[in-house]
Write a protein of this length. Structure first.
Length: 96
């Protein structure tokens, strides 16, 4: 139901070729908090990898326009441990 609506919106905006991330609706099956957390982690990990591939592709196709951004992103991705929230410290207020 929502996937069809999303595709219609993409088409109306003229970006129908854009990839669409689809996940199961939480109320349609995944009800426990642990299941929702697992689904959120899996989805954000997949989306993060897709963004990395996009940035890497832009960096290689347009010269130096994205080279610095891509290099910084590669360092972030390579230093991250599986299951860690990337840049989580930025979301929390400083205690100092």
């Amino acid at each position: 139901m929502f996937q069809g609506l999303a595709r219609s919106e993409l088409s109306a905006l003229g970006i129908s070729g854009l990839p669409l991330v689809t996940i199961e609706h939480p109320l349609g099956g995944e009800r426990r908090e642990g299941d929702l957390a697992r689904l959120a982690r899996a989805t954000t990990d997949w989306l993060s990898e897709q963004v990395c591939q996009l940035v890497d592709g832009l960096a290689s196709s347009s010269g130096d326009a994205f080279a610095t951004l891509a290099a910084e992103r590669m360092l972030d991705r390579d230093e991250r441990k599986p299951g860690d929230t990337e840049r989580g410290e930025l979301a929390r207020p400083s205690t100092s």
